[in-house]
Design a protein around this ligand. Structure first.
Ligand SMILES: [Zn+2]
Length: 392
């Protein structure tokens, strides 16, 4: 199975310059090739493949001598990636490729010839050589692509893609199932009754961030002081995103370790409430990142991650009797159910419904008699992302 490990690297001043040249050359080549491919597509209606563009690199190197300062496989990988981006676009999986900006995160890919020498050094091909690193875990398997990136706050990282040679684990039917309702007041409410408060990372750093952003806005664009102020803003933003990521990692790990089947709602449901007032809070909470982590962590251990469709009325059903409930105001947090006369916590009730619906889809997908009632409205669509083992 392929596994990715991201480690911090510490280039010297000289390597810093070499890396900057690598970022610059690959970015220029990407933008140049994108312009050529777009133009060709516009005039002839036909796309150019990444391979065709790769063959043009030697000619470009004659025209632009400075391209030679970049390790050639990085250049080739850059156009091949662009070719793949076009394939993804034409097959409807992605948006049209964008030009790369020198003001955003920078990255360059080494498709091979990188070795992890020790827990404190990685050897790169070409001019770069041995780079200091903090390799915090054992690298078992063959190293494939290595992506070096530089964040706007000036930190360098290397993402190591490793083939560990192991087969993906067989899914098991043993173990418990959990439904998760994602929210803003509480970050996650689970069907077993746990609530995890929303840490609101942005709010904690907001004053500091605003102050530094104000300072940046007063600086003259392009000046040295402007640059310094920009790095200060990026550092706060970097801190916020790292703390958020850490929270997501820990909670998703805990949930995946305890459960065999994990069910969440399709995130489009959550984004439906996207209005101007909540936009900031929604982007801060980071449901998407959390679900991605749940998904890959579950798949890595042969567990099942499911998303239920956006038309499933998780908060308008009694989780005991499956009978519909009247629409409630958002301020109602718990209520006495008219069907079973019990007090339901609004969010836990929804999480239980999400779990039950997920199990119903899972069971019907694998040939077991369906449980529960079909509560899809007319024209409703149920989407599930069953791992391949469960599709037959
Ligand atoms: Zn009830």
């Amino acid at each position: 199975m392929l596994k990715a490990v991201k480690v911090r690297i510490y280039p010297t001043q000289e390597q810093f310059i070499t890396l900057a040249k690598h970022f610059g050359c690959t970015r220029w080549l990407w933008n140049h090739s994108l312009a050529v491919m777009t133009e060709t597509y516009k005039t002839t209606g036909k796309g150019l493949s990444g391979l065709t563009m790769k063959k043009r690199i030697p000619a470009l190197k004659v025209e632009h001598e400075w391209l030679k300062e970049c390790y050639s496989q990085c250049l080739q990988q850059s156009v091949l990636n662009l070719g793949q981006a076009f394939v993804n676009f034409f097959e409807g999986r992605a948006k049209y490729p964008n030009f790369k900006s020198k003001h955003h995160r920078q990255s360059v890919q080494f498709p091979q010839n990188v070795t992890v020498v020790s827990d404190s050094a990685i050897k790169f091909p070409g001019l770069l050589g041995l780079v200091a690193a903090k390799v915090h875990r054992l690298i078992e398997g063959t190293l494939k692509t290595v992506t070096v990136s530089k964040n706007p706050d000036g930190k360098f990282f290397a993402s190591l893609l490793i083939e560990d040679g192991k087969l993906s684990p067989k899914s098991s039917r043993e173990g418990s199932a959990i439904g998760i309702d994602l929210g803003l007041t509480d970050f996650a409410i689970t069907s077993d009754g746990s609530k995890y408060a929303n840490p609101r990372h942005l709010k904690k750093h907001e004053r500091n961030l605003k102050r530094k952003q104000r300072k940046l806005s007063r600086r003259k664009k392009g000046s040295n002081n402007c640059n310094k102020a920009r790095i200060k803003v990026a550092k706060v933003q970097g801190k916020i995103s790292r703390v958020r990521e850490d929270f997501h990692h820990k909670l998703s790990r805990k949930i995946v370790n305890k459960n065999q089947v994990i069910v969440v709602e399709d995130l489009a449901v959550k984004n439906m409430v996207k209005n101007h007032n909540l936009a900031k809070a929604i982007s801060d909470v980071g449901w998407g990142q959390f679900c991605t982590m749940l998904k890959y962590k579950a798949e890595f251990e042969g567990k099942v991650y499911l998303e239920i469709g956006r038309f499933f009325p998780s908060s308008h059903l009694c989780s005991k009797t499956l009978l519909p409930l009247e629409k409630m105001d958002l301020s109602v947090r718990s209520f006495i159910c008219p069907h079973c006369q019990e007090r339901h916590d609004r969010d836990i009730n929804a999480a239980i419904n999400i779990r039950n619906e997920g199990l119903r889809i899972w069971a019907s997908g694998s040939g077991v008699t369906a449980l529960g009632r079909n509560v899809r409205p007319k024209g409703g669509r149920l989407k599930s992302t069953l791992s391949p083992g469960y599709c037959d």
